[in-house]
Unconditional design. Structure first.
Length: 195
């Protein structure tokens, strides 16, 4: 079994924020693979389904980004899912829009959601899917940037990226990280503009 976590903030005011691309990815995955209905548990929402024969539990922590680890840790312990079988999808400022990277372990890179997960899992050895949202160019603008909705000019690449992640998820679930990155990369066109 795999635990597939998407990071974001709860509430309709945050739904289309750049910081919520992890939640958006889980919605695309659940729809594409016809997962069951969302249910409240583990201080979050979960739904379940199968991807290429592997059972997957999708989790959206509803604890707010900075304490996401509370929800992830509780789910991992209850479901007895090892960190190696935990996949976290999150926004990444240090990647250009419509770029994706997958890595296991490593630092949090200033991402408070990852810092919280590291603390609650007691390890950094889980898979991270970093979805590039670009950087506003000034560190003082970061908080405002990530907590604002994607601009009209960004929505096409966001949709294409989420569709590609959902379509090729089986490769990621099977541990074929490089193939997954390559296939998603080939499916995406560079964005026409950045906000």
């Amino acid at each position: 079994m795999k635990l597939l976590v998407g990071l974001g903030n709860p509430g309709p005011e945050y739904a289309l924020n750049r910081h919520n691309i992890g939640f958006l990815a889980l919605d695309a995955i659940a729809s594409k693979h016809r997962f069951g209905p969302w249910k409240k548990r583990f201080h979050g929402e979960t739904c379940e389904g199968f991807v290429d024969g592997m059972k997957v539990v999708a989790l959206k922590p509803l604890t707010f980004m900075n304490v996401s680890g509370q929800s992830v840790g509780e789910a991992a312990r209850f479901l007895k899912i090892a960190p190696a079988d935990t996949i976290v999808i999150h926004d990444e400022l240090d990647l250009p829009p419509a770029k994706l990277r997958v890595k296991t372990g490593g630092g949090a890179g200033g991402h408070n959601g990852l810092k919280s997960i590291d603390a609650h899992l007691g390890t950094k050895d889980y898979v991270r899917v970093r979805l590039g949202i670009g950087h506003p160019g000034d560190k003082d603008r970061v908080a405002d940037y990530v907590l604002h909705d994607f601009g009209k000019g960004e929505r096409a690449w966001v949709r294409d990226m989420l569709d590609a992640v959902a379509a090729d998820l089986g490769l990621l679930i099977a541990g074929k990280d490089s193939q997954f990155m390559n296939k998603v990369g080939r499916a995406l066109n560079p964005p026409a503009e950045k906000n």
